[in-house]
Design a protein around this ligand. Structure first.
Ligand code: ASP
Length: 366
């Protein structure tokens, strides 16, 4: 198990103790098998579903296809983590979503750097990668960090080497569309440099929309046995400083799952979340009896309180100029999307219907 000095010998020993002796000679026991079995016996795997067999998949607004896919897999009895990863892979692979995976907007040097985390409720285990280049499915790499290493988080070059070792194909993630948006940003950034924009520019409108662009996908799910899992994956902020790591790959910030309580994932200003470990706090408050919506709004209020100390992030009425959003499920299958500013939506499949719903909010837009 992570965080412990678990030698290969101990591992084999415990595998035998757990009944793996019946495996065929030469058959590999993965850390996942190991941790699942240990998890099922020792940790939060729910013996009887508190949700009465109800299944839920919830995601950020860009995850409508992800919740559809996750539910399809949950219905087939897939592990909830496999279900949510397959869901977000659709968006990671989509060049039209410029906030996640392939086609994501790059850093200030024009290089796409991706962050992702996964967390598996039944084994209370997690994996993450940060500032990963050239690999379009960081969520899959994050899962391998969880299953095939003794670590939780790998970053930069180390994360890339690890992905290569596992046979991931390297490719240029910068699409033509993303390159053009990046170039225009660079050309319009300052009057005091040597870059000039062209005179007429069909990208001007697009650029305006993306100047401060950021986005991410989170997807969390509850399966019919009452087990929870989640994933958060992103290209982070457009034009970020190379090496910047947001909240998405940080367990407790961009994602947190407690199989006895619930799951929460986040999109929005990563720095606000990193300074408050907000997803952890949401789950923690649900553990104290608050509903997903109550817990999410309570944490957002706390973030807004803290934001008073960050004047550069406030409008002239002292309200945050940033957004922060949570996608939350509890173990009973109750769920909520919450946000600071009115007007955000989230995707949710409740086992019957896949829908986009309005998030509960703190502030009405003027
Ligand atoms: N939370 C992401 C980050 O800070 C960005 C976003 O969700 O918009 O990298």
């Amino acid at each position: 198990m992570k965080g412990q000095n678990f030698s290969r010998r101990d591992f084999l020993k415990s595998s035998v103790a757990l009944g793996a002796a019946s495996l065929l000679p030469g058959q590999l026991i993965t850390a996942k098998d190991k941790s699942r079995e240990v998890g099922a016996k020792q940790s939060g795997r729910l013996e009887k579903s508190a949700s009465g067999g109800r299944m839920v998949a919830i995601s950020s607004e860009n995850g409508f296809r992800a919740t559809e896919k996750a539910m399809e897999l949950l219905r087939q009895g897939a592990d909830p983590l496999d279900a949510v990863i397959a869901g977000v892979n659709i968006v990671e692979n989509d060049p039209e979503d410029i906030t996640v995976g392939y086609g994501g907007l790059p850093n200030e040097e024009g290089v796409v750097e991706l962050d992702a985390s996964v967390m598996h409720g039944p084994t209370h285990n997690a994996g993450a990668v940060a500032a990963l280049r050239n690999i379009k499915n960081p969520s899959k790499v994050a899962k391998l960090v969880m299953e095939r290493t003794a670590h939780v988080l790998l970053v930069g070059e180390g994360a890339l080497k690890f992905a290569r070792a596992h046979g991931f194909k390297e490719e240029n993630l910068l699409t033509e569309k993303a390159r053009r948006i990046w170039l225009r940003r660079k050309e319009t950034l300052s009057e005091n440099d040597y870059w000039y924009p062209p005179k007429s520019d069909e990208l001007e409108k697009e650029l305006q929309a993306y100047v401060a662009s950021h986005g991410t996908i989170n997807c969390c799910a509850l399966d019919a046995q009452g087990n929870l899992a989640g994933v958060t994956t992103t290209s982070g902020f457009f034009f970020k400083i190379p090496g910047r790591v947001g909240d998405s790959p940080i367990i407790g910030a961009g994602l947190y799952v407690d199989n006895n309580i619930g799951a929460a994932g986040s999109t929005g200003l990563g720095e606000a979340n990193l300074l408050t470990l907000a997803s952890f706090q949401v789950v923690n408050l649900m553990g104290q009896g608050l509903s997903p919506e109550e817990a999410g709004l309570r944490v957002l209020k706390m973030v807004v309180e803290k934001a008073r100390l960050w004047p550069h992030r406030l409008d002239d009425r002292g309200r945050p100029r940033f957004s922060l959003n949570f996608y939350i499920i509890n173990k009973k299958g109750e769920y909520a999307g919450v946000t600071i500013w009115q007007g955000r939506r989230y995707a949710v499949h409740d086992g019957v219907r896949n829908q986009l719903k309005e998030s509960a909010y703190l502030f009405k837009r003027d």
